[in-house]
Design a protein around this ligand. Structure first.
Ligand code: SAM
Length: 371
């Protein structure tokens, strides 16, 4: 499509055009950052730096990783990009640059001694930069031109993310995607137990929605820390086996069913990272079932929702994270991320009267929604 001449837009200045050209180079080449990150994960660079005491020069890494010495200048360039992107910190003494583990690369260290939390996020990097994701993203323009309901990922692969259909198609990818979910859960649960102690102490009974195949880990950890909570987990039929029940130590009542049809009654219904997988219409249906499952507000009835809240006043990096997660959901699932106004609209459509944002929690936020 060529631009028509009938425009009153001011012609950018030379300086603006030169800056714009650099900006376009950056926007078009941004994908190299996640590819460099994937390369670092595949080579085991964060773990190697950690084992070398938390800091290492490129030459030390060449030896530690048994890479050909001819690759030293290339490794320097890869590490320089990753440090500029915030994945490592870099100290330069004038002759040697030492790359150090920071909080981001700490999440990419495999097997930190004594760490039984299993928060290593390499599975997230490998999933988000996989050819399954990339290929789906490459098809976005073609997808826009077709009036189809399924997201690009499903349209291309004929399988749904996190679903048995994906497991049958590609068990390795499915395993990595589940590993990515587990890692973010493992990191979030422990911090949530501290951050939301007062909230959990006040809950008498809770239904945790969507706990198939061990997705109920949050509920299991919660009832062990707060055994006074009478907890029900709703899971799809045939997804709860004896091992999962045993892991819950008899503290959880498992109910098999479909959240679109009915949700087991409790004082509080919890939806943790569920609604962002669904369209607005589906969210209204799910929330309407939640409303039927809880008592009136005066008796403590509420729905607790943990999900992303897009906030345009957040830092640029956080806003960019949320908007990338949103286009990621658009490409891989039928879901989306929402700003507060969009959340409010689905709460009201589902018949709720009020809500409160309890807390921002890293990239996520927690809502209390009242009947
Ligand atoms: C992405 S997982 C999220 C699980 C978990 N809350 C978490 O934070 O990791 C989505 C879960 O929703 C479940 N699910 C999907 N549709 C459902 C339905 N209609 N009724 C009950 N569970 C459902 C899936 O089986 C899966 O356990």
């Amino acid at each position: 499509m060529s631009a028509q001449a009938k425009t009153t837009l001011p012609v950018p200045s030379d300086a603006e055009l030169l800056q714009a050209q650099a900006d376009l180079w950056r926007h078009s080449l941004y994908y190299l950052t996640p590819m460099a990150l994937r390369c670092a994960v595949e080579l085991g660079i964060p773990t190697a730096i950690y084992r070398l005491g938390g800091g290492a020069s490129p030459a030390e890494l060449i030896t530690a990783l048994s890479l050909p010495s001819s690759k030293l200048p290339f490794l320097r360039r890869l590490l320089r990009l990753l440090a500029a992107s915030g994945v490592f910190t870099a100290d330069d003494d004038g002759t040697t640059t030492t790359y150090r583990i920071n909080a981001v690369s700490y999440l990419l260290v495999d097997g930190v001694p004594g760490d039984d939390r299993h928060i290593c996020h390499t599975a997230f990097v490998l999933t988000a930069t996989s050819t399954r994701y990339m290929d789906a993203t490459m098809g976005l323009a073609g997808w826009f031109k077709k009036d189809v309901a399924s997201p690009p990922f499903e349209a291309l692969h004929g399988a749904t993310l996190f679903h048995e259909s994906m497991e049958s198609l590609d068990a390795d990818f499915h395993g990595a995607a589940k590993g990515a979910l587990e890692a973010h859960d493992n990191l979030g649960i422990e911090i949530a137990m501290r951050e939301f102690r007062d909230l959990f102490e006040g809950i008498q009974s809770m239904t945790y929605c969507c706990g198939a195949y061990g997705d109920d880990k949050f509920a299991r950890v919660l009832v062990k820390a707060f055994p006074h909570i009478r907890c029900t987990v709703l899971a799809y039929p045939n997804t709860i086996d004896a091992a999962i029940k045993k892991a819950a130590g008899g503290l959880i009542n498992y109910v098999e069913g479909d959240m679109f049809s009915s949700i087991p009654p409790s004082q509080t219904v919890v939806l943790k990272l569920i609604l962002h997988h669904w369209t607005d219409e589906d969210c209204v249906k799910i929330l309407s079932q939640c409303r039927k499952a809880i008592p009136p507000r005066k008796d403590g009835g509420k729905v607790l929702i943990g999900d992303i809240i897009i906030d345009y006043s957040d830092s640029r990096a956080m806003l960019e994270t949320h908007l990338l997660m949103d286009v990621g959901m658009m490409t891989m699932t039928k879901g989306r991320q929402r700003d507060e106004n969009e959340w409010r609209q689905i709460f009201m459509k589902a018949g709720f009267s009020d809500y409160k944002i309890l807390k921002k929690f890293g990239a996520r936020g927690v809502f209390e929604v009242y009947p």
